[in-house]
Design a protein around this ligand. Structure first.
Ligand code: SF4
Length: 69
């Protein structure tokens, strides 16, 4: 895979979430720079639009993402 196309605007990637997970660097490496299609934020953004991504949705929370889409 490759880098996510949403890097520049993503509040997770840019450390703008109110609470950043302790493993955020690992998530960035796993999702943002590799398997972005498995990222919960990416899935919601691509199905519903970026404005519908909850501010507190973490990349690894695919269960919540699937409920949203
Ligand atoms: S958190 Fe998800 S949507 Fe945001 S840049 Fe990383 S892979 Fe893309």
């Amino acid at each position: 895979m490759s880098e996510c196309g949403r890097l520049a605007k993503c509040i997770f990637f840019n450390d703008q979430m109110s609470i950043m997970p302790a493993l955020s660097d690992m998530y960035k490496q796993r999702y943002c720079r590799n398997e972005f299609d498995k990222c919960a934020r990416y899935v919601v953004a691509s199905k519903l639009g970026p404005e519908r991504v909850p501010r507190d949705l973490y990349p690894n929370d695919m269960i919540r993402a699937k409920k949203l889409v």
